[in-house]
Design a protein around this ligand. Structure first.
Ligand SMILES: NC(=O)c1ccc[n+]([C@@H]2O[C@H](COP(=O)([O-])OP(=O)(O)OC[C@H]3O[C@@H](n4cnc5c(N)ncnc54)[C@H](OP(=O)(O)O)[C@@H]3O)[C@@H](O)[C@H]2O)c1
Length: 453
């Protein structure tokens, strides 16, 4: 028996991601045969009220396989007896039940609910049939992340804790290590001798929508760079792990993240025009909705290779990619001194398209000797006939299987927050106000530290 207990079951994450992901897993027979889904909320509802709300919020095709598996349980977080009903339902399944507690709640409630689950005996420290899942953001800075983590370690062992960064569940993020280490052609040139620069770019088309309350106290650096972009950077630049398992891969990621450095002037923060007029945003807000950083990695593989990270809202399009620009080589220059050749470029496309594109030089068709750039494209979804799993599907399945590879260990969180705190405290200025992506690009190109990016 496996029981998912999901707190925050009336929220956006549950309706839009978790329920559809569980539905697909069930449809493809990936969930254990006797799985139950307990949907926890604070509202005075029963299961039929909950199902009515689900039917309203979620397309029926996205819950048809699991609708009968859903059961609503009211938990009053502030009352001593608040967990009694939940405890009764879980314990009625017997001692060997696999218990997964998922906190799709505002992060401020993490310590309270973690404590409630522990004090009510729903999860025991070290109990190998029980695990607890936390959503990002894990803290707002190093100190708050430490505080949350100290509380969690009171109640749980590290291997019971699954910290989600849903980017790690994306197909092409999982594919970075395969691309690098399963292909000799890339790994042997994956260093400062062959690579000119690396750019990690995550663009969002929309603004902050109705999330002013959360976003205005966080900003792009802490919302996106601390988690998604630094994870992308770590996987792109880390050394080969000893084995393809959670422990070895996380060890190499942490070791890489500890070697990051940046100069005070190598951060550019900006805010889209009209941001201060968004609901629940301070009228004098300096929160960045765009940030660009140039960082270096202090080791023999990467010394002097710039890694650019950029992310922002109100861009021309939604996209997420890693671009590896290779150096020109001297042989080519000698052979074709009169031609202006483009350098090789590898693009890992993470979203919305998924795949890899490699730019190389070829001779133009015909009688001339002109050399022109051409691209080799790999589309990740092309043979999957629409069955590429969503990130949450993969992550939920890995939790069921107790495989922590796609989740962030505490020392990763600690190292990334230490770096982000340094950027926040030393490098952020009054934000540049941008009208559009084109305006930002022009402004960045005028700054010497970004003019080759
Ligand atoms: N939505 C996403 O795509 C997404 C992506 C990445 C990470 N996350 C993270 O996932 C978590 C949930 O996000 P969300 O978008 O689902 O938020 P949401 O739509 O605001 O839902 C929050 C949930 O928490 C419950 N809740 C709020 N305050 C509570 C309280 N004091 N006591 C008990 N329950 C309370 C809400 O219950 P009521 O309905 O009764 O208010 C609701 O079920 C957050 O940590 C967020 O950062 C979300």
């Amino acid at each position: 028996m496996t029981v998912f207990t999901i707190f925050g079951s009336t929220g956006d994450l549950m309706y839009n991601k978790l329920l559809p992901a569980l539905n697909n897993l069930q449809k493809n027979n990936h969930l254990p045969g006797d799985t139950k889904i307990l949907c926890v909320g604070r509202r005075d509802w029963d299961t039929s009220d909950y199902l009515a709300a689900v039917d309203e919020a979620v397309d029926s095709s996205k819950i048809s396989e699991i609708r009968t598996m859903l059961e609503y349980v009211k938990v009053s977080l502030d009352e001593a007896s608040g967990y009694d009903a939940l405890k009764g339902k879980i314990e009625s399944n017997g001692e060997n039940t696999e218990k997964i507690f998922y906190l799709a709640l505002p992060p401020s409630l993490f310590p309270k609910v973690a404590g409630g689950l522990s004090q009510n005996g729903l999860i025991k420290k070290g109990e190998n049939t029980a695990r607890i899942v936390f959503e990002k953001p894990f803290g707002e800075d190093l100190e708050s992340a430490h505080e949350i983590n100290r509380t969690l370690w009171n109640y749980f062992e590290e291997d019971q804790i699954y910290r989600i960064d849903h980017y790690l569940g994306k197909e092409m993020i999982q594919n970075i290590l395969t691309l690098r280490f399963a292909n000799r052609i890339f790994e042997s040139d994956w260093n400062k001798d062959s690579i000119e620069k690396v750019s990690i770019i995550v663009k969002e088309k929309h603004g902050i929508d109705n999330r002013g309350n959360y976003y205005d106290s966080i900003g792009a650096l802490r919302d996106m760079v601390q988690s998604h972009l630094l994870q992308m950077l770590a996987l792109t630049a880390m050394e080969a792990p000893r084995a393809f398992n959670a422990q070895s891969i996380r060890k190499e990621k942490v070791s890489l993240l500890k070697k990051l450095s940046l100069e005070k002037g190598d951060v550019f923060n900006a805010q889209y025009q009209g941001y201060k007029a968004e609901p629940k945003v301070r009228k004098d807000s300096r929160t960045e909705t765009f940030v660009a950083l140039k960082v270096f990695i202090d080791d023999s593989r990467w010394r002097d290779v710039p890694f650019y990270m950029m992310t922002g809202k109100k861009m021309n399009e939604k996209s997420s990619e890693i671009i590896i620009d290779f150096k020109e080589n001297d042989v080519t220059k000698n052979l074709w001194p009169d031609q202006k050749l483009t350098h090789n470029q590898l693009v890992v496309k993470v979203a919305p398209d998924e795949g890899v594109s490699f730019r190389m030089n070829v001779k133009e068709t015909g009688l001339s000797n002109k050399i022109i750039p051409s691209r080799m494209d790999y589309s990740h979804g092309k043979d999957a006939f629409g069955n590429v799993p969503e990130a949450y599907e993969k992550l939920l399945l890995e939790i069921v299987k107790k495989n922590a590879l796609l989740f962030t260990r505490w020392d990763e969180i600690e190292t990334t927050w230490r770096f982000i705190d340094q950027v926040t405290n030393r490098c952020m200025k009054a934000p540049y106000i941008y009208e559009s992506e084109d305006d930002l690009i022009k402004t960045l190109q005028e700054r010497s530290e970004y003019n080759d990016s």
